[in-house]
Design a binder for this molecule. Sequence first.
Ligand SMILES: [Zn+2]
Ligand SMILES: [Zn+2]
Length: 185
Amino acid sequence: MTDPDNKSSIQLACPDCERELHLPGGCTDLNATAHSCCPGCGFAFETSLESFTGDLPLTKCAICGCEEFYIQKDFNRQLGVIFAVGSLMCVFLLMVLVGHLAGLYCLFALAGIDFLIYWRWKNVTVCYLCTTIYRGFRQQSAHKGFYLGNEEKYKHLRRDWIDTVGGRGDAGVDRNESKTPGLGE
Ligand SMILES: [Zn+2]
Ligand SMILES: [Zn+2]
């Protein structure tokens, strides 16, 4: 049933133990429990990841149950900044050593390459509430780019959600207490 070439994966930060998790979507040879809860602390996901394969539309987040997502480029920001700074240094050196025109040509060429890379770069779908990243899933037309208005709304909901799931007792509640600095003491 499941296509072995299907490389869908789910990346999340566990709201309870704060561990960064990379889990494959769909049914794999992995232990079935690793698909319905955090392997580190046992925090239970909203839905098992078994039914989350790239060929099925992504309508509801497996981790928190939220139904709103946004699309973004699967891009490492640090790498992007390094690339941009490196390109500008090349242009600057060319301008100084060879001449202004050569530098300008180089700048246009780099801008063209950047555009092509950006255009061809893969998208990922991100959950507004728990910021879980879904890779290798078919893009839904209902999912748009990141909208700050939504983020403002979800910022508060996210805090509430982390408070709720973090304290509901799937994992150690003791650790939760020790995490909170003693305010009332
Ligand atoms: Zn965890
Ligand atoms: Zn979510």
